[in-house]
Design a protein around this ligand. Structure first.
Ligand code: NAD
Length: 349
């Protein structure tokens, strides 16, 4: 059980058999603010759910001495899906989200980059997906000090490359996507990224209906600015995926708009790409869109495709109208005012 928050809640006052058990981890900074907005909207959804609040992040560390208590991990493991807000990471502390991804073996980090009408995007009509390997590579933060500095370890295994590349091609096939692009730096990281690139093409042989290509990460950073429309599904290693998805956020109007899914064979965790945003935390002006879109991804993962599409449609309308949106989108609405607007439209669909 969590630490004093409402432990179990459901969408109606009726006595229902809960269909989905969710874990909700609000986190730090704007994490709890965007989570409150998302759950407020979920109240009017057609699905039956219950949720348990669990804790992670810096505030949790101050209270419990851990950024990710065992209880949070076990609650999340037992649930049908986890919604995660954002956490503040303090140097020297164990990262709550990285630990959770590893413990739940959430090896896929799926980050859609889509330009919504009415938002401050740089390119109209963008709609591509970054599939980021989530369990190994430089982002794992395996480092040690040496006499003269420090070293970081970059582990890349064939098994992890194979399953992430397979996921990317399967995703492409199921979602009517036409092309998968592998992004690497195999000309310099000949062994680690060499394995990633070779495995990608081995997997690609099994998917002749989907086009495959590969680019170096530095060229990709440029292509994302010069011709981002050419991307469809991109698959890459952990750190490159992290960096390129923030570049993707810049293309479509900012971090407040980019959701993500962390998926494994047994569990799914859904979170905005943004962090705890200390510069705006407590002001009630965080854009809830990334959290709402993460919830759309969760609904799709749970098989509630219609509900997911309805929710995205409601948000799309609010963004297009541009009247009740947060300051990062050029409006003056608060987080909860924008959520209220989305909720009203969602309920009416
Ligand atoms: P950030 O994503 O928190 O903020 C970057 C910029 O984007 C800020 O100007 C912020 O105001 C803005 N922004 C982010 N989300 C927004 C939203 N929903 N609405 C409006 N504006 C938004 O990144 P940062 O400042 O580099 O990191 C802050 C903290 O978050 C750090 O401790 C970092 O380690 C942590 N972090 C956590 C996660 C996570 O929990 N998964 C991800 C990234 C960063």
């Amino acid at each position: 059980m969590g630490f004093g928050c409402p432990e179990v809640s459901n969408k109606s006052n009726q006595s229902v058999i809960f269909m989905y058990r969710l874990t909700v981890i609000p986190g730090d900074g704007i994490g709890p603010e965007v989570m409150e907005a998302a759950l407020y909207i979920l109240e009017v959804s057609e699905i039956d759910f219950s949720y348990e609040t669990a804790h992670a992040g810096n505030e949790c560390f101050k209270r419990t001495g851990s950024t990710i208590p065992d209880e949070t991990i076990s609650t999340s493991k037992k649930s049908d899906a986890t919604l995660f807000g954002a956490v503040t990471t303090v140097p020297g502390q164990k990262s709550g989200i990285i630990t959770l991804r590893k413990e739940l073996d959430l090896y896929v980090n799926l980050r859609p980059v889509k330009s919504y009408e009415g938002t401050p995007f740089l390119f109209e009509g963008l709609d591509f997906v970054i599939v980021r390997e989530n369990t190994e590579g430089l982002y794992s933060g395996v480092e040690k000090y040496t006499d003269d500095g420090a070293e970081a370890v970059r582990v890349v295994t064939r098994g992890a490359c194979e399953r992430i590349c397979k996921f990317a091609f399967e995703y492409a096939r199921k979602n009517m996507r036409k092309k998968v692009t592998a992004v690497h730096k195999a000309n310099v990281l000949k062994k680690t990224d060499g394995i990633f690139k070779d495995t990608f093409y081995e997997v690609a042989h099994e998917y002749n209906d989907i086009r495959s290509e590969d680019f170096y990460v530095d060229a990709t950073a440029m292509y994302l600015i010069t011709k981002p429309q050419n991307f469809d599904v991109m698959v890459t290693t952990n750190l490159f995926g992290d960096i390129l998805s923030d570049e993707g956020a810049g293309l479509v109007g900012g971090l407040g708009l980019i959701p993500s899914a962390n998926i494994g064979d047994k569990n799914g965790l859904f979170e905005p790409v943004h962090g705890s945003a200390p510069d705006i935390a407590g002001k009630g002006i965080a854009n809830p869109s990334a959290m709402i879109l993460s919830m759309c991804m969760m609904l799709k993962y749970l098989g509630e495709v219609e509900e997911s599409q309805k929710l995205e449609k409601a948000l799309t309308k609010v963004l297009r109208d541009g009247k009740v949106v947060t300051p990062d989108l050029g409006g003056v609405a608060s987080t909860m005012e924008m959520a209220e607007q989305v909720k009203t439209i969602f309920e009416g669909l």
